[in-house]
Design a protein around this ligand. Structure first.
Ligand code: SF4
Ligand code: SF4
Length: 492
């Protein structure tokens, strides 16, 4: 007689109904009463089909229970229960032991070009210059600015490594990116021309602190349809707490008028703000309102600061709880706007909804070292922009290509199957252990899962699942926008 058990899942409620997120398939289903009762009962402990039907027959008829059990088995929400062996074998190796040369390379989707490692601000929390930095940009071997020649080699590298992809994404980064505007300008012209020659479209974006924006630069960015993300923390008192010039003065009064001008004149692409959240009282809604309604950004993304736990600006456990509560409020506001097909710019929720809709089940937390790579000013290629220039995280060079053996060793070591702490976590299809840079800063090791923020990740994923469930009931058409394939890898 077969014993049935519930497969790994996360139950949540939305629009007054129960839903289930199935961990092995990352699929979501709305549950009717019978399905909910079966899943709940089997989650307590496994039972035979006969026991299950007998137990639930007071509230549901036999035929309904039979059909629902079959349906739940079909979608693999339940299945034959197999007791785990006591001394189970170690997990299998993830990658085949075939020679590396025989494994086709992964196409590069996004190349992040660190055109300079210098910055005209001195943000106290910055991962690049603070005590947590990985690379010494002042006295290290890298030049402070990328040369035109290295940028051209990087373009060739990108076009080659993007394989059969029709579109190649280049993101300019720093330091303060616009400190090397001349090279950026020339690189865009060169990449356009070379892209056309090899039959690829090249898409450009950049991240800047906004201090160096001026009419000619804005004109150029608008004309060339360069996507712009501005790093800004919010209204004056929030921005000036950490985002200061080298002499300690705040940057708000310098950047606010420049950003307003950018938003007025650069209309060819939506412009977003990226906010770093730190310790202290957080008023996320106020930051959001200021940046969207008072400044005029199309969207705003928030990211907790990456830092070692001892620093004054590190977010405490209580701070993460507080942040979750405020994210939840803003996500519900996003929901109400989206139900009415009105735009809401809280990009964190939109990004997670997209991943949920696509049924993403990540073997790796992000594209670093896979579809995304960072290039340092000297042309060294690293996992991502945050590791650019670090010898310990180098994958190759733009001139010499990627060392596949190093890349595969990295991917094998960092696969979710090797993160045993995550093996029983229902949020792993979306989290997959979290950012390597965060792990490196926190634990000194990229392969460690970021266990310090699991409650936050699970709480936020649960909120997004609820929003997804609500939208699927109240305005399913809204979710159709996520049917398109994801364009570039996200750069955070
Ligand atoms: S890091 Fe934490 S939240 Fe993320 S998958 Fe691992 S256990 Fe889950
Ligand atoms: S999530 Fe972390 S490791 Fe991945 S690309 Fe972003 S900064 Fe790099």
């Amino acid at each position: 007689m077969i014993t049935l058990g519930a497969r790994e899942h996360h139950r949540f409620e939305a629009a007054g109904k129960p839903f289930v997120y199935l961990v092995p398939s990352a699929a979501i289903f709305a549950l009717d009463d019978a399905a909910d009762a079966i899943l709940r009962t089997l989650s307590e402990r496994p039972r035979t089909r006969e026991e299950l039907v007998a137990e639930l027959s007071a509230r549901h008829d036999h035929a309904e229970l039979d059909d629902t059990i079959s349906e739940l088995a079909r979608v693999r929400a339940i299945g034959e229960f197999v007791a785990p062996e006591r001394d189970s074998a170690p997990p299998p190796k993830i990658f085949p032991l075939a020679p590396i040369e025989s494994i086709p390379p992964f196409p590069l989707t996004t190349m992040v070009l660190n055109v300079t490692n210098q910055c005209n601000l001195s943000c106290t929390y910055c991962y690049e210059y603070s005590e947590d930095k990985i690379v010494d940009t002042e006295n290290g071997k890298q030049p402070k600015f990328m040369s035109e020649e290295t940028a051209r080699q990087s373009v060739e590298f990108m076009l080659k490594e993007s394989g059969d992809n029709k579109v190649a994404h280049i993101t300019f980064f720093g330091g303060e990116t616009l400190l090397n505007f001349p090279v950026l300008q020339k690189t865009i012209a060169y990449a356009r021309q070379r892209g056309a020659e090899v039959g690829k479209e090249v898409d450009f974006s950049l991240t800047t602190n906004g201090t160096l924006l001026k009419p000619e630069i804005i004109e150029f960015l608008a004309e060339n349809r360069v996507g712009v993300t501005i790093s800004i923390d919010g209204p004056r008192e929030v921005q000036d707490k950490f985002r200061v010039f080298h002499n300690g003065t705040g940057s708000y009064d310098v950047v606010a008028p420049k950003i307003r001008e950018l938003l007025t004149r650069h209309r060819s692409r939506p412009i977003g703000a990226r906010v770093t959240l730190t310790s202290g009282p957080l008023d996320i809604k106020r930051i959001y309102r200021h940046l969207t309604e008072e400044i005029g950004f199309w969207e705003v993304g928030f990211a907790p600061v990456t830092t070692s736990p001892g620093r004054g600006h590190a977010i405490s456990e209580q701070g993460y709880d507080d942040m979750l509560g405020q994210f939840r409020d803003l996500a519900h506001e996003f929901l109400e706007y989206s139900v009415e097909n009105r735009h809401h710019g809280f990009s964190n929720v939109k990004e997670t909804l997209e991943e949920i809709h696509k049924g993403m089940s990540k073997a790796f937390p992000c594209g670093a070292g896979l579809g995304l790579m960072g290039v340092a000013t000297d042309g060294d290629v690293a996992l991502c922009h945050r590791f650019a220039g670090s010898d310990a995280h180098k994958l190759g060079t733009v001139a010499g290509g990627i060392d596949r053996s190093v890349q595969f060793a990295f991917l094998e070591k960092h696969h979710i199957a090797n993160k045993t702490d995550c093996s029983t976590c229902w949020a792993r299809p979306l989290c997959s252990g979290g950012c390597y840079h965060e792990a490196h800063t926190r634990y000194g090791e990229t392969s460690r899962p970021n266990l310090h923020y699991c409650d936050w990740i699970r709480g936020w994923t649960d909120v997004c699942l609820q929003i997804y469930g609500e939208l699927s009931e109240r305005n399913p058409g809204f979710l159709a926008q996520f049917d398109e394939p994801t364009a570039a890898e996200r750069v955070s």
